[in-house]
Design a protein around this ligand. Structure first.
Ligand SMILES: [Zn+2]
Length: 413
């Protein structure tokens, strides 16, 4: 039996006193995080050795009995310990990145948290005795029973809940649930490769071209206009504050709309295919223009994340092509490497006579490469792909795309 860890996100509606209690929790978690970071920085400047996780934890407990930090006792101690856990993970990621143990994009050292950060969050684990009550409210220690909009049920008891306040002033609960529920879909024959396109959001190896719907593009345009308005307002003025709220709201609306649309798209792709292969986003970023990246990048990361967790959940195969594979330069029919092509070239004819749509050809190559990688893992027999780049050219990007797994409701990014 395999376990799948899923995240379920729901909107929360805390009342005034609960909002105040949450503000205290956000503040205390921030202070504990920043105190820990400062203590480690000071130790380093003084040439002392790295302060252990246990030592930081001990200092937080000690701080509570000092007059300057006595108010830390007003929030659940689990919240404070989880803030330290975040700091410890941030340090470990940084160290592993420096030493090369962690592949991919370099990780920056931890930074101080600010009350002005767009996203404030605290995490309660099971031993903090948070509880979903029979009346549907979420009981949080030292906060109260907070109303939740349940858009679906939880399949099992959650192991933790993160409470988030976003830039638009909305509150969310993000539950982590470990599930063994067998939701495997009946097997199907077809497999698909996906090219994360320039002119299209995605192009499938069966020739389907997926474009972001009009309403989404319209909402994105409106957001851009509001952002321009904001940038023209004088710093510190009340007009600027008002404009910032409008931007945050429009941003949240675009994100919600995009998410709904991506959920539908990813569900149908997973339902219709036994295996789904996509290019690694880091590779996409390397090979393509800054413009395309800015237009689609955030969307791609969450979309491939959805494909990944839905595949795990419904018993499908999902894999990323993590090699620098020249998917748009190789003929998917004969395997000939045709050399780089400017982005304006939308179709081309190979010497073998095959006429290619640039993006569909790339998607077919993604599919072939994915099958090849997959068969190497399992020892099955498949036709070798048109192109295989040497392992030495591998570009691995483990974090951006696969960290978030959100299930319906509202994502919290
Ligand atoms: Zn050819």
């Amino acid at each position: 039996m395999s376990y799948v860890q899923l995240r379920y996100n729901f909107r929360l509606y805390p009342d005034t006193s609960q909002r105040e209690a949450l503000a205290r929790a956000f503040g205390c978690a921030r202070v504990v995080f920043n105190d820990g970071l400062r203590a480690r920085q000071t130790a380093r400047e003084n040439g002392e050795k790295y302060l252990s996780d246990a030592e930081l934890s001990r200092r937080v407990t000690a701080a509570k009995s000092t007059p300057e930090r006595a108010w830390l006792g007003e929030v659940s101690s689990v919240v404070l310990q989880q803030a330290l856990a975040d700091l410890n993970v941030a340090y470990r990621n940084f160290f592993n990145s420096v030493s090369g143990k962690r592949k991919g994009r370099k990780v920056a050292p931890p930074r101080f948290r600010s009350r002005k950060d767009n996203r404030q969050a605290v995490r309660f684990t099971a031993n903090a005795r948070f509880k979903v009550l029979d009346n549907g409210r979420l009981r949080l220690p030292k906060v109260g029973d907070v109303p939740v909009r349940w858009s679906r049920g939880l399949p099992a008891d959650p192991s933790s809940v993160t409470v988030i306040r976003d830039a638009a002033g909305r509150y969310f609960a993000s539950f982590v649930v470990q599930t063994t529920e067998d939701e495997t879909m009946p097997p199907v024959e077809s497999e698909v490769g996906i090219d994360l396109g320039l002119t299209h959001f995605a192009v499938l190896s069966d020739g389907t071209k997926v474009t972001a719907p009009k309403f989404l593009r319209r909402a994105a345009r409106k957001l851009r206009r509001l952002q321009q308005d904001l940038s023209r307002k004088q710093r510190g003025s009340s007009n600027r504050k008002k404009a910032a709220v409008l931007v945050a709201r429009a941003h949240a609306r675009v994100a919600d709309t995009r998410r709904d649309w991506q959920h539908k798209l990813s569900t149908s792709i997973i339902r219709d295919n036994q295996a789904v292969y996509v290019e690694d986003l880091c590779v996409v970023g390397l090979g393509r223009t800054r413009l395309a990246k800015s237009v689609h990048d955030a969307g791609w990361a969450s979309f491939t994340g959805m494909l990944e967790y839905k595949a795990a959940r419904y018993g499908r195969t999902f894999a990323k092509i993590d090699r620098f594979a020249p998917t748009s330069q190789t003929c998917s029919a004969c395997g000939r490497l045709d050399g780089p092509k400017p982005l304006s070239v939308r179709s081309w004819t190979c010497l073998c006579g095959t006429v290619h749509d640039r993006d569909v050809n790339a998607a077919i190559n993604v599919l072939a490469q994915g099958r090849w990688d997959n068969s190497n893992d399992r020892g099955a027999q498949v036709r070798p792909p048109a192109m295989v780049a040497p392992r030495g050219e591998a570009v691995i990007h483990p974090d951006a795309a696969c960290s978030t797994r959100s299930v319906e409701g509202i994502s919290v990014l």
